[in-house]
Design a binder for this molecule. Structure first.
Ligand code: CP
Length: 303
């Protein structure tokens, strides 16, 4: 049962619950004006910058007929006076029916869910998890491939700090994928996620050259090297331009291939890719509205 459940890690939702969200997202895409949450108040607490996640959650809330409170700039809150996350969450959970929260610290969303009287939806906690992004990624994969089973998924770029790839890998593990991890040595997929796949008997290969995996992939999941996660900026400078996808590189790829990216991009996808029918990242971001409508409606028990 999704009703009243927090979504902190993608593991909080079962395979059936993930499939239910995807089904509901399709329903909301077909009919986005469903004001099922009139009278509800939802808090949107962004302790870290965001464009898509915050605005698509807030669009989803508005389309569902609820109202939004919150902040997008932590410097305008009493956290700057020393108020703890615990006190902030206790306060806000007295005001709102559900809290959407992004925070730079790994584990902050789980901690908040332990303090809150209302469900928490993790909108990204440091390098840990980004489960609503995963659900919209899966909706995008399902729409473009027609199914989720037995797909070959190449993940490219920052696989060390990339919370989107960590969450996606775990959720796709229900559907017998094969993964190709493409990263420089400094940004390889952490061992804990490879152990997770080993325990589930899921195949993966590690590469450093994107060209090696492009002909195999059904999904090419590009990621940004995240400057904000590096304590040593020289390390960032060393790896920031390791992978750049150019339009010509898509010539010898499968006809069903779609290029996904959680965005924002910096220069890892050249703008000449944008017009290629295999580019799907802007539509993927739009899918976030329908998926987040599905998440909120399910947790608040109106769907
Ligand atoms: N994909 C994503 O999380 O984008 P924002 O950081 O803009 O929310």
């Amino acid at each position: 049962m999704i009703k009243n459940k927090s979504l902190v890690s993608i593991n909080d939702f079962s395979k059936d619950e993930i499939l239910r969200i995807i089904e509901l997202a399709a329903d909301f895409e077909a009919n986005p004006d469903q004001p099922l949450l009139r009278g509800k108040v939802i808090a949107s607490l962004f302790f870290e910058p965001s464009t898509r996640t915050r605005l698509s959650f807030e669009t989803a809330i508005n389309r569902l007929g609820a109202r939004v409170i919150g902040f997008s700039d932590v410097n305008a809150t009493s956290a700057t006076k020393g108020e703890t996350l615990k006190d902030t969450i206790i306060m806000v959970s007295n005001y709102a029916d559900l809290i959407v929260m992004r925070h730079p610290l790994e584990g902050a969303a789980r901690y908040a869910s332990e303090q809150s009287r209302v469900p928490i939806v993790n909108a990204g906690d440091g390098a840990n998890q980004h489960p609503s992004q995963t659900l919209l990624d899966m909706f995008s994969i399902s729409k473009t491939q027609g199914h989720l089973d037995n797909l070959k998924i190449a993940m490219v770029g920052d696989l060390k700090y990339g919370r989107t790839v960590h969450s996606l890998l775990m959720a796709m593990s229900y559907f017998n994928p094969k993964f190709y991890f493409v990263a420089p040595d400094e940004l390889k997929m952490p061992q804990e996620y490879k152990t997770f796949l080993d325990e589930k008997g899921i195949e993966y290969e590690e590469h450093t050259d994107m060209a090696d995996v492009l002909p195999e992939a059904d999904i090419l999941y590009m990621t940004r090297v995240q400057k904000e996660r590096f304590s040593d900026l020289l390390e960032y400078e060393k790896v920031k331009n390791t992978y750049v996808l150019r339009n010509s590189m898509l010539d010898a790829t499968k006809p069903n291939l779609k290029v996904l990216h959680p965005l924002p991009r910096v220069n890892e996808i050249s703008t000449d890719v944008d017009q290629n029918p295999k580019a799907y990242y802007f539509k993927q971001a739009e899918n976030g509205v329908y998926t987040r409508m599905a998440i909120i409606a399910s947790i608040l028990g109106v769907k």
